[in-house]
Design a binder for this molecule. Structure first.
Ligand SMILES: [Zn+2]
Length: 488
């Protein structure tokens, strides 16, 4: 099935056509591993997971999905430095070596992150590669040198900058974000990894080492520099190294459009002569209870915070996927609860089909299955419109009781639900679990009393208590050395 996506580059919904038939190479900007990821971050990763699964299942593509780990940038350096307040005992004693400290600190949070996303259904095997930026130092340096050779990078004070004024003589800067050229400040240099649109100026490719910071050696235009890469160059180098340019789709949160993705485009085109991709797909923000998530508002949650509150990881996944990625998502506890009901409603339907199908799942599609499948899949193919896809599913379930199907029809439908679960990954395919008997304390006490009366051969009292138990809806069965309670 053909898939349409909203392309930020063209500001339009476009039919996706891969560069190579049947194959898709996709790159997603991953986390900066300096703390536990919050649910706002998770929306971006769950969206990319959804997209790669829809491409696989609905588009029938062979997908290579790469998501990087940013283990070197302003934040990881700040928080891994000696004496940083975020340093944790799990990371071992702090070392005198800043590179070693950075490695211990970021590996800890990278592992925690990979665990968190696995809890939410983003499994390690879903990725083709999860590269760590520090492992690609040579590729980054190579790219910076190439940009330098084209006359678009220059060294100042041990740092190397991208010369935006020179680049603008060759190509447009601001293709993605549509930057107003008036904002450009010629000859102004910016060292921060993150900056706003008012600060369009020469951005940093390589940063000179400051006191105590981790650093790598870098030879640039005959000078020996010591420092580390800027954040933007990391993705450009890893993309080329792992997927090669151009690749098919680049994803990320809308907050990454500028400067990160804008700078990626300029660097790759300047250094490699090719733009990274033709399809830039961005997910919108997540709000919590109608407000921007922030620590000061007390609505800031990590995945762990939610699990500790007893929330099921599957409900987090379901809620995040139930809104279309391109619109804002309001994350509320009421929404989680409503989502849970909807998810379990589908689960119950699957249990019903399982029973009718005699546990047989068939991939052969009946007419009913085909109709439902094309209705649901065409909504997913339409810019991942999950709300409409779910609406199709629920309309079908409302009109057709699972118990109304014969075995062949139920088996075929189960085949489709299983296919759908390769995308959503929130349902189980098994028999409905037996209900566990809940026995109220009052009933337990009555039963104990009756057992005592019986062992003392007080049969009148024992019978009276049996009657009381029956009034509570329980029957009692005696054996030689005990009894069991059953629902009457
Ligand atoms: Zn990136």
């Amino acid at each position: 099935m053909t898939i349409s996506l909203y392309n930020t580059l063209t500001r339009s919904l476009e039919e996706f056509v891969p560069l190579h038939e049947g194959r898709v190479a996709m790159y997603s900007c991953g986390p900066t591993v300096y703390n536990y990821a919050h649910i706002g971050n998770m929306r971006a990763f769950l969206f990319s997971d959804l997209l790669h699964r829809v491409l696989r299942v609905v588009g029938a593509y062979d997908v290579r999905w790469v998501m990087n780990i940013t283990d070197i940038d302003d934040k990881t350096i700040r928080d891994s430095s000696k004496g940083a307040s975020t340093w944790r005992t799990e990371m071992g004693a702090q070392s005198e070596d800043a590179v070693e400290n950075l490695r211990r600190f970021t590996e800890f949070y990278a592992d925690e992150f990979l665990q968190d996303i696995a809890t939410l259904g983003i499994k390690r095997e879903n990725f083709y590669k999860v590269p760590y930026a520090t492992h690609y130092m040579a590729s980054m340096q190579h790219l910076i040198r190439r940009i330098g050779e084209k006359g678009i990078a220059y060294e100042r004070g041990g740092s190397v900058y991208f010369n935006v004024a020179e680049w603008r003589k060759i190509d447009t800067y601001g293709k993605l974000f549509k930057i107003d050229a008036e904002n450009f400040q010629e000859g102004v240099r910016i060292d921060a990894d993150e900056y706003d649109r008012e600060s369009v100026s020469d951005f940093v490719l390589w940063k000179a080492q400051k006191d105590g910071e981790p650093a790598w050696d870098f030879e640039f235009e005959g000078k020996n520099l010591s420092g580390r890469p800027g954040w933007h160059i990391e993705c450009s180098a890893m993309e080329q190294d792992i997927l090669g340019l151009p690749f098919d789709i680049h994803t990320g949160g809308v907050d990454l459009c500028f400067p990160h993705h804008e700078d990626e485009i300029a660097q790759s085109k300047a250094g490699y002569g090719v733009e990274p991709t033709r399809y830039w797909v961005h997910n919108e923000f997540l709000e919590v209870e109608g407000q921007k998530m922030s620590k000061s508002l007390g609505n800031f949650y990590t995945v762990r915070d939610l699990l500790q509150k007893g929330i099921d990881a599957l409900d987090i996944r379901w809620l995040m996927l139930s809104a279309q990625y391109s619109s804002r998502l309001n994350f509320t506890f009421a929404g989680l609860e409503a989502g849970r009901k909807a998810r379990l409603r589908v689960q119950d339907y699957i249990f019903g089909l399982w029973e009718k199908a005699g546990a047989q799942i068939h991939s052969t599609r009946t007419e009913t299955t085909n109709t439902l499948r094309s209705a649901v899949f065409s909504e997913l193919a339409n810019n991942l419109n999950t709300p409409k896809a779910f609406a199709e599913l629920f309309t079908f379930m409302n009109r057709n009781a699972a118990s109304a199907f014969d075995a062949a029809e139920a088996s075929s439908l189960l085949g489709f639900f299983q296919e759908l679960n390769n995308i959503f990954d929130v349902w189980k395919f098994e028999a409905r679990p037996g209900e566990t008997l809940q026995i109220p304390d009052a009933v337990k006490a009555l039963a104990e009393e009756r057992w005592k009366a019986r062992t003392m051969k007080n049969f009148a009292e024992s019978d009276r208590l049996r009657g009381e138990l029956a009034a509570h809806g329980f029957t009692v069965k005696d054996s030689k050395d005990g009894y069991t309670l059953e629902k009457a």
